[in-house]
Design a protein. Structure first.
Length: 137
């Protein structure tokens, strides 16, 4: 299996999903690192700040895409645990997430996801663990 996902594969995978509705753009994916961006606009809480849950969606999306590349053909990655610490808020622009592999095993894969604002300030650190299963269908 190719160690990276092509843009066409990513576009097909996110069509009609929460990822598309939140305007998350996945910019690169391999088994070890995935990156992507998300606009703050449209993903805010009532105070006008980036919603903490939106950070978690971005984090889980990036880690899950990377874990699916690691899983390989005929297998799939499903999230079994995600946690996040919100360090700062964002009011506008884009945030960028980078998922970096912490553990790539036969049955699980874990990632640390760092999300920064446009100035490079860390706004969130998340951790995701995925279980690797046989793909059905």
């Amino acid at each position: 299996m190719n160690s990276e996902m092509e843009k066409q594969q990513i576009a097909a995978a996110v069509k009609g999903t929460l990822v598309e509705r939140m305007e998350i753009e996945i910019t690169s994916v391999s088994a070890t690192v995935a990156t992507g961006t998300m606009p703050v606009a449209g993903n805010t809480q009532p105070m006008g700040l980036l919603h903490g849950g939106a950070n978690v969606v971005l984090a889980e999306t990036l880690g899950s895409f990377a874990a699916n590349v690691h899983a390989g053909q005929g297998r799939a990655a499903v999230g079994i645990e995600v946690g996040a610490t919100h360090h700062a808020s964002a009011r506008g622009g884009l945030v960028t997430g980078t998922a970096t592999a912490l553990h790539l095993g036969r049955s699980t894969a874990s990632y640390e996801i760092v999300i920064v604002d446009e100035t490079g300030k860390r706004i969130c650190t998340a951790r995701l663990t995925c279980m690797l299963i046989d793909h059905r269908g």
